[in-house]
Design a protein around this ligand. Structure first.
Ligand code: F6R
Length: 607
């Protein structure tokens, strides 16, 4: 939610800021803007709309800026509609800021500032911070920032410039992400490291309540009292090309194609001598044996990956697992105790509700284990144990490879738990692990079946509503398929447990309701096939996703998408490919912006 960048160095910075913002556009694209030091002034250019539609056009009409320091922002609107006036940077010529997060007490701050004679132009919570900094500023920026930090409640990452402190950027964060990049004679701030990979791989993680000061002499860190803090430089292993489209029309398509490699990178390093190995995070056999329950918590696709994990752990380890949506978990007084393990799944590692669920679980005494993609993210830093999913940057708002690696991770995790608790013998554990290592080849084969997915997309693109049905693991996959479709095609769809349809929802089925039936599990196949017949009798067009060679009754299935035959237990890893691809091609046929679907942003740092 919102992307922040900043640059101080020798180069003309407008282009650097705009290019860096482009790489953060997945975080929000309602408006964008920059503020730079120009002679003795702060010059701001900002506009409603995506970067190319608004900011870039406005910059072309603006008198050429020459500046070597400035801040930038791409917005996902929370307080106030997308508009030029609500765009960031926000300030008054003396101080200017970019903000990611929510200022919870902005109403009180606003009343206070109005009582001090300040007027407000925008509807944003951010403007209260800009005005508060101005109120406290009497020549000493650090003092103003410390005083403001004392008053502000909520989550924030802020880039701040003061007109009187030319070519200097101050940066602070609480809950919202912010990193500080370093290169010879140049420094950067960014919401995440992908924004600046083209310039540098070296960066510092900024701690809560620490202040970073960037100027022509380099970077300094201090606490709110102004005492200097020493920090360790980190190096990003992601390569700059990973955050580019690399010849694909969309990031989503590229990321679908990256799934075989991403899964290999997630699974292989965690297999030693043919068996899962979780020693890197400290999840020992003793700990695994001691847990009474496992809770898996996440949002959206990450939660859906957790549902696959639940089915696997319960089936293989015979141990109770609950899966919760983070925004529900945090307010439902969960029954978590010190005897439980709470597994937190998150691609970004910054999702506000998921982070809050993690903190709550820690307060309740449980061990917490984070499965995260972004290295050094808040969730990774907060959890007792962490393992990274090694998928590389995921840029498309619609999650594909991040979900695939989370699911792959769930397999390895389930094997480990079942083996450690004596429910899976060594031979079967080795056999399953081996099959998991081979799954990338089957996924590659699925991806190649593009014509089938394009055909299905052409059949559903004009539907008003769709149903996805399945049982067991296939039901979890139905939920993911349905989410993908509605997220990027804007067609309404619902995922339903196939056997539950007749308890109400089947009344929605008409000849205009395509039904995507997932039936990859032989033990449940006949049951799902009966439910398919029920919808077919009501006129539905049925698309069935099933394993290669499955015999299907052609009178109840209009079109069949076949998946390569792999061990049935592993079918979710291949099944997700047609679901992603069908959603992708449907969105493309409908002319939608696949990578930046309306109303969404990738990193959800507000609750
Ligand atoms: C769907 C999607 C979202 C995310 C969810 C959690 O395509 O991307 O549902 O899965 O917002 O995000 P993370 O994993 O970053 O916590």
């Amino acid at each position: 939610m919102c992307g922040i960048v900043g640059y101080v160095g020798r180069e003309e910075c407008t282009q650097i800021l705009v290019d860096s913002l482009r790489r953060l556009e997945y975080r929000g694209y309602d408006s964008a803007g920059i503020a730079v030091f120009e002679e003795d002034k702060i010059k701001t250019v900002k506009a409603k709309g995506k970067i190319n539609d608004g900011l870039v056009k406005k910059l072309k009409e603006t008198e050429h800026l020459f500046a070597t320091a400035g801040i930038g922002h791409t917005r996902w609107a929370t307080h106030g509609e997308p508009s030029d006036i609500n765009s960031h940077p926000i300030g008054n010529g003396r101080v200017s800021i970019v903000h990611n997060g929510i200022i919870e007490n902005y109403r009180e701050l606003k009343s206070f500032l109005i009582s001090k004679g300040y007027g407000f132009e925008s509807e944003t919570d951010t403007e209260t911070v800009a005005k508060l900094l101005d109120y406290y500023y009497d020549g000493n920026p650090l003092e103003a920032i410390s005083k403001a930090m004392n008053d502000i409640e909520g989550a924030y990452a802020l880039g701040i410039i003061f007109r009187e402190h030319r070519n200097k950027i101050f940066a602070i964060r609480k809950e919202s992400p912010l990193i500080v990049g370093k290169k010879d004679g140049e420094s950067f701030i960014a919401s995440d490291v992908t924004a600046i990979l083209e310039y540098t791989h070296d960066y510092y993680l900024l701690e809560h309540n620490a202040i970073a000061i960037l100027d022509e002499n380099g970077i300094k860190f201090c606490d709110v009292r102004g005492d200097e803090i020493q920090k360790e430089l980190q190096t990003a292993t992601w390569d700059a090309s990973a955050a580019q489209k690399g010849g694909y029309k969309h990031f989503m398509l590229k990321e679908i194609h990256e799934q075989p490699t991403a899964i290999r990178n997630t699974v292989s390093p965690r297999v030693k001598d043919g068996l899962p190995d979780f020693s890197e995070c400290g999840l020992t056999e003793e700990k695994i044996k001691s847990y009474r329950n496992i809770y898996i918590v996440g949002c959206g696709s990450a939660m859906h990956a957790g549902l696959v994990g639940k089915a696997l752990i319960e089936r293989l380890a015979r141990m109770p697992v609950s899966v919760d949506i983070a925004s529900e978990f945090r307010y439902c007084e969960p029954l978590v105790t010190k005897d439980d393990l709470v597994v937190i799944i998150s691609q970004s590692g910054e999702t506000a509700d998921t982070l809050a669920a993690l903190k709550l679980s820690k307060r309740l005494g449980a061990d917490t284990f984070a499965i995260v993609n972004v290295v050094g993210s808040s969730i990774a830093r907060e959890a007792d144990m962490v393992m990274y999913t090694n998928a590389g940057p995921e840029i498309s708002v619609c999650s594909t490879k991040a979900y695939a690696v989370q699911v792959a991770f769930m397999y390895l995790f389930a094997f480990e738990i079942a083996f450690a608790r004596g429910k899976l013998d060594e031979t079967r554990c080795r056999e399953l692990t081996e099959k998991l290592l081979e799954i990338p080849d089957a996924i590659k084969k699925c991806i190649e079946n593009e014509a089938a997915y394009q055909f299905v997309a052409s059949k559903i693109m004009n539907a008003d509503s769709l149903l996805y049905i399945g049982r067991g693991l296939d039901y979890s996959l139905s939920m993911e398929g349905s989410l993908k479709l509605k997220e990027i095609s804007y067609i309404h769809s619902e995922a339903y447990a196939a056997g539950e349809l007749k308890h109400g929802t089947i009344s929605l089925v008409t000849k205009d309701t395509p039904v995507i039936a997932i039936a990859t599990q032989s033990a449940l196949f006949e049951k799902t096939a009966s439910n398919v017949k029920e919808v077919k009798s009501r006129g539905a067009k049925v698309i069935m996703i099933c394993a290669e060679g499955t015999e299907v009754d052609s009178s109840s299935v209009d079109y069949k998408v076949e998946l390569p035959a792999v061990d049935e237990l592993l079918m979710p890893l291949t099944t997700v490919v047609p679901l992603q691809m069908i959603a992708y091609y449907t969105a493309v046929l409908r002319g939608n912006d696949v990578d930046m679907p309306r109303n969404l942003a990738k990193s959800v740092t507000v609750e």
